[in-house]
Structure formats: structure tokens, C-alpha cells
Design a protein around this ligand. Structure first.
Ligand code: URA
Length: 215
């Protein structure tokens, strides 16, 4: 039932041109993963590789996320990944709060309403600001549980793109451990609330086998 509802929403998303962000993008990028998963990961928005392939978190950030998920005993096919905004902003800039609100109220809110996840993980500041509130700070508030505006249990962690930008080895190590512990906390809560659900497949999901360039 959730899958069917998501499929219908995906068809609507495909033809969305409700804001200017659509103009610079090849097309909207939706979500990927298991509709019945107790965990949903929310990133910021598609980058250039995601725009090319039409899949969220498939580029460098997504590859790092997949490694972190594997370490925390989760695979991409058993969770659901999505973004606050669906179209890549020109020049890959960070979307502003108005753009994030406009898009997420039309799409992300509907996805979450269908999915009814037990746990939401906000990847980075843009997701934290939308799911929580704009006064929250990723450095201060990551790793702490809060309720999203929709009433879902949510924990924030650093965005993988942030990890990719850290050049200091010590700082990078510390941030990686923080992410690992946040993912473990999310996994444990999800398994507590959905004990029969398998969050990990035997193999890592190879998104490049599942998606083709769309241009
Ligand atoms: N960064 C995100 O937040 N989401 C993506 O899909 C790609 C990069």
C-alpha cells in the first residue's frame, strides 16, 4: 500500500515545475529504498551526480553514507533515503529556507505521511532546519533526539559532504565516530520499535547497477 502511494507520488513529482529550481536541473530526484523501512534518511538536495542518475545520494556523499551505513549494519535497499529539495540548485548552492520549505511542503511532507517511519535521520543542517526548526545547529544538536514538526522521532548527524571537506585527520576521525554513534542510535531505536525488520542485506546496494544516466 505504501509502495503504491509512493509510486503515485513519484509520477506527480516527475512533472513538477512549481518553482525555479526545476529550470537548472535535468529533473526532480525523488527517493530510493524500502517503503516499509522503519528508518528514513533525509539529505539536503541532489548534487550533480544525483541529477545525472535521478537517484538521491548516489554521488560521493552517498558513497560515504553507504560505507557508514554498512559499518552500522544497514544497507541502502533496507532503509529509505530522500532529500529536502528535489531539484539541484544551479551551481550546487545550498537551498535557502524559503526554497526548502516550498519544496518540502509539497513533496517531503507527503512522503513522510505515506511512510510513517519510526525514525528519521536528518543529514546536515538543511534537513535539521526543516525537520526541526531553523534555530537548531548541527554542531550543537546532532546526536540528540527531537520530534519533527510532523511528530516523528528524529536524530541529526553530520552530512557526509561535510566529512568529505574536513582535511584535518584528527577532526575527521572525531566527526566519523560521531556519525557512527548517531547511526547506531538511530538503528537501535528503529529495531526497538520494529524488531522484526532486517535493516541490512547480505551485500551493499550498488546503486550504479540500478540506475542509468538519464541524459
Ligand atoms: N547531498 C544530499 O544531501 N543529497 C543528495 O542526494 C546528494 C548530495
Amino acid at each position: 500500500m505504501k509502495e503504491e502511494a509512493l509510486k503515485n507520488l513519484a509520477h506527480e513529482l516527475e512533472v513538477c515545475s512549481q518553482c525555479q529550481l526545476r529550470e537548472a536541473a535535468q529533473g526532480p530526484v525523488g527517493w530510493f529504498g524500502a517503503a516499509d523501512s522503519p528508518i528514513v534518511f533525509v539529505g539536503e538536495g541532489p548534487g550533480v551526480v544525483e541529477d545525472d542518475f535521478g537517484c538521491p545520494l548516489i554521488g560521493p556523499s552517498g558513497q560515504l553514507l553507504d560505507k557508514a551505513l554498512w559499518a552500522a549494519k544497514m544497507t541502502r535497499d533496507r532503509v529509505l533515503t530522500t532529500n529536502v529539495i528535489k531539484c539541484r540548485p544551479k551551481g550546487n548552492r545550498t537551498p535557502n529556507i524559503a526554497e526548502a520549505d516550498f519544496c518540502a511542503q509539497r513533496w517531503l511532507d507527503k512522503e513522510l505521511e505515506i511512510l510513517q517511519p519510526k525514525v528519521v535521520v536528518a543529514l546536515g543542517g538543511v534537513a535539521l532546519h526543516y525537520l526541526g526548526n531553523p534555530d537548531m545547529r548541527i554542531t550543537r544538536d546532532r546526536g540528540k533526539w527531537f520530534k519533527t514538526k510532523h511528530g516523528f522521532d528524529c536524530i541529526a548527524t553530520f552530512h557526509p559532504a561535510y566529512l568529505l571537506r574536513i582535511s584535518n585527520v584528527k577532526a575527521l576521525n572525531a566527526a566519523k565516530w560521531d556519525v557512527f554513534h548517531d547511526l547506531e542510535a538511530a538503528r537501535d531505536k528503529a529495531l526497538e520499535l520494529a524488531p522484526d525488520y532486517a535493516l541490512m542485506s547480505e551485500e551493499k546496494t550498488d546503486l550504479f547497477k540500478l540506475f542509468r544516466r538519464r541524459k
